[in-house]
Write a protein that binds this ligand. Structure first.
Ligand SMILES: C[S@@+](CC[C@H](N)C(=O)[O-])C[C@H]1O[C@@H](n2cnc3c(N)ncnc32)[C@H](O)[C@@H]1O
Length: 274
């Protein structure tokens, strides 16, 4: 019995360390029970009976399905349309007007979960600069978890994720596809692309820089060292003068990086004030 408990503790510890090293996802000691619960769910889904079996499977060279299951199980995917309106208000009034004349609008939602933020940005472009502007807009959504990227690509959302969306916006840009389910219209979806990407794996594989990056409600799952590494790698992928949006509770001000904080949740990659 003691041996079993010990081997389960070792198995848990191996997975916890792997998650932090490979995905930057850090579970502090006080969240141990939560991670145990999440890993047990992944382990059962994979048809395994113990955490040590799961940890062993993770070490194998062909462990991609196990890795994906653990990454998904360990991440918190809560998101919804028009989240944190104060931050989005700045994007609408200060950033979008600067992008109005650009031949290409390039935005990135890093850690986009089911894509609500990506479609929110596309809708904001349509509302602020006109629907035709979407033809020269590229909004990329990335996440470490494969199932959320698949959900994002489908463009179908339950009503509960649309609570913050004014009803006229729902009518204009979405259509019902089932009971309390809506699909984003094709003209919005055409501007949005989704890929799996692990923020821990820098440098990021982009050939052209983004004008604004949204990396919201994910940094606080990382250690301070990983937070700095991630915001620095995002700076490499952002044009000079570009913007970084985090959540208002994620403070880039405390991180030593090239980002100059403007106000809560908003920073700029530039030396000069403007
Ligand atoms: C709480 S959601 C945030 C979604 C959206 N940005 C928002 O603010 O509503 C956090 C997301 O970060 C993703 N994530 C966690 N670690 C990641 C990593 N290393 N690379 C990319 N995505 C990651 C999770 O899979 C999850 O979907």
């Amino acid at each position: 019995m003691i041996d079993f408990a010990l081997s389960e503790t070792n198995g848990f510890e191996k997975i916890r360390v792997w998650l932090e090293r490979t995905c930057a996802i850090h579970y502090p000691p006080q969240k141990r029970a939560l991670l145990e619960q999440r890993l047990s769910r992944a382990q059962r889904k994979l048809g395994m009976t113990t955490l040590s079996e799961l940890a062993e499977a993770l070490q194998r060279s062909d462990a991609q399905d196990v890795q994906l299951a653990i990454m998904h199980a360990a991440s918190t995917n809560h998101t919804f349309f028009f989240r944190e309106k104060e931050v989005l208000g700045y994007f609408r009034s200060e950033v979008l007007p600067r992008l109005a004349d650009r031949s290409e609008i390039r935005l990135w939602s890093a850690a986009c979960s089911t894509g609500d933020e990506v479609y929110t940005l596309a809708i904001m472009i349509a509302e602020t600069l006109g629907i035709d502007t979407l033809r020269r807009a590229h909004i990329l959504g990335t996440d470490i978890s494969a199932p959320v990227i698949e959900a994002a690509e489908s463009g179908v959302f339950p009503l509960r994720q649309l609570q913050q969306v004014p009803s006229e916006i729902v009518r204009r840009y979405m259509h019902p596809v089932g009971i309390d389910q809506f699909r984003v219209n094709d003209e919005i979806r055409a501007a949005c692309t989704f890929r799996r990407l692990n923020l821990k794996k820098a440098p990021y594989p982009f050939q052209r820089p983004f004008q604004a990056v949204f990396c919201r409600n994910v940094l606080y799952y990382f250690t301070p060292a990983d937070q700095i590494a991630v915001v620095e790698a995002i700076a490499d992928a952002t044009e000079e003068g570009g913007f970084l949006f985090t959540s208002v509770t994620e403070n880039v001000r405390e991180l030593s990086s090239r980002w100059r904080p403007l106000t809560s949740g908003i920073s700029r990659k530039s030396e000069s004030v403007n």
